[in-house]
Design a protein around this ligand. Structure first.
Ligand code: PMP
Length: 310
């Protein structure tokens, strides 16, 4: 997926034209994957008057957790990064939905792969962004032969750049098999998540998703889905999911900032339920899209509204 960058970025403490935001080829993070990122969406409000950034401080808090894992000292805290994101969005003045990519990275020109006392920095860019997955049809998934890296390899709770090589292997394999994406099993053989999204099934009216100790990213959309399920009175189990459950589940979906809430209609060549969007997924998906477009007053606190100017 090629991307068009918006004109301004945040780099070395300032908002600058994006073409000025460049680093040396010898940057530690580029050599060793010693970075961490957030992926945040801003949706055009239903009125067209604001960009609604979703759960902004929750995302910047998770970024700060990643910073801690990477022993990265930064000048800004989670609220400070959130404020910069608001300012950058105002400056870029998007006219469509956007994706916001803040990242911390070991910016030092240094040779050894360590974390301690290696200088770090924060940068942010933005892109106009539509759907990551097709939303007009159920998605085709398969179970990857690539095992999800465990928390004891690379901390699962961090969105650590180097860890995404694991996702990339699985994604390539899925696409080359004619699928949209891959589900990965963890080293216990239980379902963890997709290459860049959390995963849920519905069985006998109960929603199930892997626990946060199951080698998954602690997804913020996952948290939203769990809250919405509770509000809708759908019982939820955060528990290990077996591979064979994928073949007999009534419904399945993935969720994430990029993924949104997307229906999974086929896994390993088998239809999930009747292969179409099921009733629980429908309710959750509708609630999610109402919230992001600013139509759900009960969850207004999830939105940071940045006004669009002429
Ligand atoms: N798992 C992985 C591996 C991801 O990359 C993402 C996307 N950030 C998610 C889950 C979903 O997380 P979130 O809802 O916070 O975007």
């Amino acid at each position: 997926m090629k991307i068009d960058l918006m004109p301004y970025a945040y780099f070395q403490g300032d908002i600058v034209p994006v073409e000025q935001a460049t680093v040396s080829i010898a940057t530690h993070a580029l050599q060793y994957g010693t970075g961490a990122f957030a992926g945040i969406r801003g949706y055009m409000d239903a009125t067209g008057e604001s960009i609604n950034i979703i759960r902004l401080v929750d995302h910047t808090k998770r970024l700060m957790d990643s910073a801690k894992l990477l022993r990265a000292e930064l000048a800004l805290d989670a609220e400070g990064v959130a404020k910069v994101i608001e300012d950058l969005t105002l400056k870029n003045n998007p006219q469509s939905d956007i994706y916001i990519r803040p990242f911390i990275y070991k910016s030092a020109i240094e040779l050894s792969p360590r974390l301690k006392d290696v200088e770090s920095d924060l940068a942010i860019y933005q892109i106009p962004f539509g759907d990551y997955f097709a939303m007009d049809r159920p998605l085709k998934f398969f179970v990857s032969a690539w095992v999800r890296s465990t928390d004891n390899n690379i901390p699962s709770r961090g969105k650590i750049t180097g860890a995404y090589i694991n996702s990339a292997f699985a994604k390539d394999q899925a696409e080359e098999a004619g699928c949209d994406d891959a589900l990965m099993l963890n080293s216990d053989g239980k379902v963890s998540e997709a290459s860049g999204a959390n995963f849920f099934i519905v069985r006998n009216g109960r929603l199930a998703t892997s626990p946060t100790t199951g080698d998954i990213l602690e997804g913020i959309t996952r948290r939203t889905v769990l809250l919405f399920a509770e509000q809708l009175g759908v019982p939820v189990d955060e528990r290990p999911i077996d591979r064979s459950e994928l073949y007999i589940a009534d419904e399945a979906f993935v969720c994430g900032t990029g993924a949104q809430v997307a229906v999974v209609g086929e896994i390993d060549g088998r239809k999930v339920g009747d292969g179409q969007r099921g009733p629980v997924t429908k309710q959750l998906q509708e609630k999610f899209f109402d919230m992001v477009r600013g139509k759900d007053k009960a969850h207004e606190h999830f939105l940071t509204r940045v006004p669009i100017h002429g």
